[in-house]
Design a protein around this ligand. Sequence first.
Ligand code: RIB
Length: 317
Amino acid sequence: MSPKIVVVGSLNMDLIVTAPKIPLEGETITGGTFCSLPGGKGANQAVAASRLGANVHMVGCVGDDEWGRVLLKNLEQENIETDYVTISPGATGVALITVNQEGNNSIVVAPGANGRMTVEHVRRAESIIRQADLLLIQLEIPMTVVEEAVRLASHHRVPIILNPAPAVPLTEELLQRIDILTPNETEGKLIVTGRAEGNVEVEEIIFNLVEKGVRQVVMTLGGEGVAYSNEGQIKQLKAHKMEVVDTTGAGDSFNAGLGVYYAESGHLADAITFAQDVAALSVTQFGAQASMPSRRQVEHFSSTKPSHGEELVDEIK
Ligand code: RIB
């Protein structure tokens, strides 16, 4: 049966320009093509989860403008329940994205309606959160809203995946309620040390997060794969080598894959492998939501890919 997933998060219109490189501070460069596509970490994860076969409810907020209408309609076309997507007077969230020739990006988000989400808004969605198999949440909405959604899900014993992006410091009270935390290295470093800079070993970050009370840590390492905590050990799964077109939304596809498979099976290691396959396919296509693969595409990839192995990195003492 399809798992019921509630996504609490952002919806943005992505304004994307391709360019030979990411411009430096103060630099103007000539880019290539421009397009606008539906995005936002919350909506991206909702679309990916829906395409992977989950029954998805989105809780979020758009503005009362043309982009808001387009984003809402797009979610409906992706078979996502939008009863708890509020329309608020003012602008919809927008992300300015530059994608370079290697498929890497830089993103600046103007939160718009995402920043107008309120605690009452998420409380109104309590009945669907209570019935969910999993809550999937990120940090592109106000922290008070994140905290309330996590509190409600934890109260109803609904497993929670928190994708701590974009990176901000998090309280121990919040971390202790999280079943699976999915930072990248920068986000993990910031949560642990309060700073995004400096050298901190991956094992130390994971060890520290577990010590702070997170049940499971799944850290994405870009081209290096994924490191995760597992029964007192840290394991690393290598990344697939793909022809990269655009990495925008790769983290979102990973989180959705993780959430869907974990909600279906309760098996973390298998869910990570599935999520890696989803993310591997997503980087081969342009755009965020536009690049999210279907369940059938992922299953085909999983059954034909070469095995890439797992390695034990460290033990959590
Ligand atoms: O994770 C990718 C997303 O980040 C983009 O779709 C953009 O909207 C920003 O939220």
